[in-house]
Ligand binder design. Sequence first.
Ligand code: NAD
Ligand code: UGA
Length: 468
Amino acid sequence: APVKVTKICCIGAGYVGGPTCAVIALKCPEIQVTIVDLNKARVDAWNSDDFDLPIYEPGLEEVVRQCRGRNLFFSTDVDKGILEADLIFVSVNTPTKKSGVGAGFAADLNYVELATRRIAAVATSSKIVVEKSTVPCRTAESMRTILEANSKPGCRFDILSNPEFLAEGTAITDLFSPDRVLIGSLQTKEGKDACRSLTDVYAHWVPIERIVTVGLWSSELSKLAANAMLAQRISSINALSAICEATGANIDEVANAVGKDSRVGPKFLRASVGFGGSCFQKDILNLVYLSESLHLPEVAAYWRQVVEMNEYQKGRFSKRVVDTLFNTITGKKIAILGFAFKADTGDTRESAAITLIKNFQAERALVTIYDPQVLHSQIWSDLMEASSGVPLETIKRQVSIASSALEACRDAEAVVIATEWKEFRTINWEGVYSHMTKPAFIFDGRLLLDAEKLRDIGFKVTVIGRGE
Ligand code: NAD
Ligand code: UGA
C-alpha cells in the first residue's frame, strides 16, 4: 500500500529546491520538510534572522516566514536529512558538461550521482527517491542501479520522476497553482504506490485533475520537451523580429495577430534580446546530445537551431547598437539597464545582458550597468567568467556599476534595455534625457518602453522587431 509521507528531505537548497519545498511545507503542515545543502553560506542565508534569503523571488519570504522552524528546516546535515525522511527530493544542479564526453552538450550528472550515492550509503530504511532536477531521459534507471547495488538489507528504493516547471520571478504563484504536476513512475505495483504517495502530497493543494501521472521515461523527456518547445517559440518570434526590422513590419503586431489563433496562444511570444536563464539552453543542448546519441542527427540539428537563433539574436542586437551609433562605440558611454536574465529575479545565469556587455567591451565602449536586484559581486564575477581570465582591474577600466538608472545614464550616449524590469517604465525619462550626451539613443531590447513618448522627449529610439 502507498506509504503516507510524514517527513520529506530535499537535497539542494537552490532556486528549485528552496521554493518548491517551502511551498510543500506551507501547504502540508503535518509534513516535516528539511532542505539540505552542502553549501553552508546558502543554508545560513535561508536560516538568517532577518530573512535575507539566498534567492530573490516575489512571495518567497512570506512563505518561509510562515513555516521556518514550524515544519520547514534548512540544514547542512545531509545525512540526518536522508536518515529521517521517507521521501527524498533530489534537486541538485545539472549543468552542461564542460569537459569530457559530450562537453558543451550533455548534462553533468555528477551532482545527481553523488547525492544518490549518499542516499544509498546513509539510508537504513526504505525511501521514495524523487528526481526533481532536470535530467536526460533514463537517468532514473542509473539512480536505481546505484541505489540497489549499495542498499542495506530491508531497504527498498522507489524512484519517481517529478520535474519542476516553475519559472523564476513567478515561482511562488507557479507553485501555488501549477498548470500541471507531472509524476513519472515505473508501471509496477510498487512504482504506482510510490506515485500515489507523492500524489497525496501535492493533492493538499493541487486539483487532482492537474496531477498527471505517466511512465518514468515520458516524465523525464517531457521536461526537456517542454523547455525546448518554450524556447523554440522565443527563437521563432526572434527570427521574425529580424524580418520585421528589415521590412517595417512590427513584431508586436505580428505576435498579437498570430497569438490570437487559439492553437498558437498569446503567451511567450515576446521578442527580446534573446532568452537566458540556467535551463533553456542547457536543456536543449541536452536534447541535442540525446538525439545524437540515439543516431538521430536530423532531430539534433532541428533543436540545435533554436539555440543558434538565440545566439544570432544577441549578436544581431549588439550590431544594431553599434551601427546606429555611427558604426563606432569606442570610448562611448553606454548604460545597460538590467543584468538579470529576466525581471523579478536576481539570477544572472546565461543572461543575454552578459553577452551584450561582452560585445560592447570588445568594441571598447565604456559600460555602466544598473540592475534593481543583482548583487554587484555577482555582476563582477559573471563578467570575469565571460572574459575568461581578464583581471577584474582591467575590466573595471571599461565597466562600472551604478546604484540607480539615473546614475547609470548620466553622460551616456546610449541606453540599452536588457531586462524587462517594470520600474524602467516609470523612470523619469525627461530627467535622463537632460543628463545624456546628444543625440541621446535608447535601444529597447525588451519591447518595454513607449517609443513614441520617448521620441517626443527627443530620444532616438530603436526597438527590437521594429524598423526605423
Ligand atoms: P541551484 O544551483 O540553484 O541549486 C542546486 C543546489 O544543490 C546548490 O545549492 C548545490 O550546493 C546543491 N548541491 C549540489 N550537490 C549536492 C549534494 N551532493 N548534496 C547536497 N547539496 C548539493 O540549481 P537550481 O536552479 O535549483 O536547479 C536545480 C535543478 O532543477 C536543475 O536540474 C535544473 O535544471 C532544474 N530546474 C531549474 C529551474 C529554475 O528555474 N532554476 C526550474 C525547473 C527545473
Ligand atoms: C523556464 C520555463 O518557463 C519554466 O517552465 C521551467 O521550469 C524553467 O525554465 C526551467 O526549467 O528552469 P525561466 O527560465 O525561469 O523558466 O524563465 P522564463 O520565463 O521561461 O524566461 C526564460 C527566458 O526567456 C528569459 O530570459 C526571458 O526574458 C525570455 N523570454 C521569455 C523571452 O525572451 N520572450 C518571452 O516571450 C518569454
